[in-house]
Ligand binder design. Structure first.
Ligand SMILES: [Zn+2]
Length: 322
């Protein structure tokens, strides 16, 4: 009986393979560094070994695996299963990932970009359970997103839907990784929060103000400030850090209000930084959304932290095939 599935999580720094049962319960896991500098041939060979290793680790035969789900950085084509040069995987140019895995293991393979797969995992196993229109947004080194409607990922015309971080809020704002200016991601990703904090501290220093609690967290080194320092200082009541959190919530709330008007989601689940910050960030985001979004969709939407935490990568791959 084919009662088990394999999930593969492909990141720029690590690869993971898991075996799960048909309810998404994870039975075993193998994790290894990607060594992305060695190129795709090395990583694919390693992945083949890691799939065999995790299956034998849980005492199963290869023949008891019914499908393989793959969560990978995009861009990629979910129909052909070809991966097109993800920024964190150099050399993965037009790589037929689905075909390679299918010919090696002789089972159906579903590949999905990591943000969409994460949205599906939150819908199946996390904070999106029981809702029909779920929007998931990451908030870490970038701001990605996935839209799940009636249990299906919304892909758009060519698998490019859900780029929630590249809505432009300030056309003359800071430069974004995508080449445009003033995207939500250029204002509210972890590195973007850190940049705003560093700029504000430099301004304070020039104005001769005494150092704030924020600066004592990095022994006075402005360039070492990260988003987690801003959150930590805000929790102690540091005025500058609280102002930065408010500003982050304002931009996030503005971006989410746009999406709420367009998609009318039941729930918006926010990952990583929002999970770490909790209501310190979520409450002012909720307030901004209710100010900016139209009344009916604003009344319907819940804004909550994502629930799957460290398990998200594994469950994202598994959610594709259970
Ligand atoms: Zn952008």
């Amino acid at each position: 009986m084919k009662e088990h599935v394999v999930g593969i999580d492909i990141g720029g720094t690590k690869l993971a393979t898991v075996v799960a049962d048909k309810t998404g319960h994870i039975l075993g896991k193998v994790r290894k560094p990607t060594h992305s500098e060695k190129g795709p041939e090395y990583a694919i060979g390693l992945l083949f070994d890691m799939v065999r290793e995790v299956v034998s680790q849980v005492g199963l035969e290869q023949t008891s695996i019914s499908a393989i789900g793959v969560s990978c950085g995009g861009p990629l084509d979910t129909k052909t299963g070809i991966v097109y040069s993800p920024p964190n995987l150099p050399g993965w140019d037009a790589l037929p990932l689905k075909a390679l895995l299918e010919s090696e293991f002789q089972v159906p393979v579903i590949i999905e970009n990591d943000a969409n797969a994460s949205a599906l995992a939150e819908f199946r196993f996390g904070g999106g359970r029981g809702y029909s229109a779920v929007l998931y947004m990451t908030m870490s080194t970038g701001i990605g997103g996935g839209i799940v409607i009636d249990g299906q990922v919304y892909h758009g015309a060519n698998d490019s839907a859900g780029e929630v971080g590249h809505q432009i809020l300030l056309p003359n704002g800071p430069r974004c990784g995508c080449g445009k200016r003033g995207c939500l991601e250029a204002l509210c990703s972890g590195p973007a929060i850190a940049r705003r904090a560093q700029a504000a501290l430099q301004k304070e220093q020039k104005g001769g103000k005494s150092p704030t609690a924020l600066l004592t967290l990095t022994d006075g080194r402005i360039e070492a400030i990260k988003s987690e320092h801003v959150l930590a200082a805000a929790r102690t009541g540091d005025a500058l850090a609280l102002e930065l959190v408010q500003e982050t919530a304002y931009y996030m709330g503005w971006g989410i209000a746009n999406l709420v008007n367009i998609l009318n989601p039941d729930i918006v689940l926010l990952g990583t930084i929002a999970v770490a910050a909790g209501d310190l960030l979520l409450d002012p985001i909720r307030e901004t959304v209710s100010n900016f979004a139209m009344t009916r969709p604003a009344e319907a939407v819940h804004i909550a932290p994502a629930e799957l935490g460290d398990a998200l990568g594994d469950l994202a791959a598994v959610a594709l095939v259970v």
